[in-house]
Design a protein around this ligand. Structure first.
Ligand SMILES: O=C(CO)[C@H](O)[C@H](O)COP(=O)(O)O
Length: 224
């Protein structure tokens, strides 16, 4: 099984959903990068669309691919949002934020009429949480938040990059927590988001309409 090929196949299939004149949320990560490259090809072939990027990296990739960008403010509601995921379950609930972009990604998901997730077959799980759940936290509160999360048995880990504290596009921190033993994810999400200084979680529990998953040579769809 070639994971890169699965990502490509899902990305190519997702581009079919983008029609002339659409405003498109552009996700972040390696699968989303394939989707951006594919949309770029279609734009070169005459497709008219505008994208709202979910991260600075995605904005750069989209510009390189020849995709016109628009701010969320000017776009208002998006026709479609296409993004990757770190895990998805049978209810199309997601863990996102492996790339640290889930704050803007969740904002785009919330402001889109249709949310399409693209993934390789390694992302499908029976139970969410083998992948650590990212939380975006403001630097001022991060140490105290980590102590609170520790008392909740969530084993918080401050995300680092090159021996420095990782910073998001919004200049916040990421704390990764272990939620595998937690049964009620809606309740957990409410609890986490209520901690002052937690800006967003990587749990996307109700936004997804469709998952396109590359598997071997094929693409499987999972609908709500
Ligand atoms: O949530 C994300 C970034 O914040 C990505 O969608 C997620 O990490 C999946 O990435 P990849 O497509 O590289 O596996």
């Amino acid at each position: 099984m070639n994971i890169e090929k699965e990502k490509w196949n899902a990305a190519i299939a997702s581009a079919e959903y983008v029609k002339n004149g659409m405003l498109v949320g552009l996700g972040s990560g390696s699968t989303a990068a394939f989707m951006i490259a594919e949309l770029g090809k279609r734009v070169a072939g005459g497709l008219i669309m505008k994208g709202v990027p979910s991260s600075n990296v995605t904005a750069r990739l989209a510009k390189q691919a020849g995709i016109s960008l628009i701010s969320l403010e000017d776009a208002g509601t998006l026709d479609i949002n296409i993004d990757g995921a770190d895990e998805f379950d049978a209810q199309l609930r997601l863990i996102k934020g492996g790339g640290g972009a889930m704050l803007r990604e969740k904002i785009l998901a919330h402001n889109s009429r249709f949310n399409l997730i693209i993934a390789d077959s390694g992302k499908e799980v029976d139970r969410l949480g083998k992948f650590k759940l990212p939380l975006e936290t403001i630097p001022f509160a991060t140490q105290n938040i980590m102590e609170e999360l520790g008392k909740m048995d969530l084993h918080p880990q401050l995300r680092m990059k090159n021996d420095e504290v990782y910073k998001t596009d919004e200049n916040n921190c990421i704390v990764d927590v272990d939620i595998f033993q937690k049964d009620d994810l809606e309740e957990l999400n409410r609890t986490l988001i209520q901690i002052p200084g937690v800006v967003e979680t990587g749990l996307f529990l109700s936004t997804t309409d469709l998952v396109l998953m590359g598997k071997g040579q094929t693409v499987t769809s999972f609908k709500k």
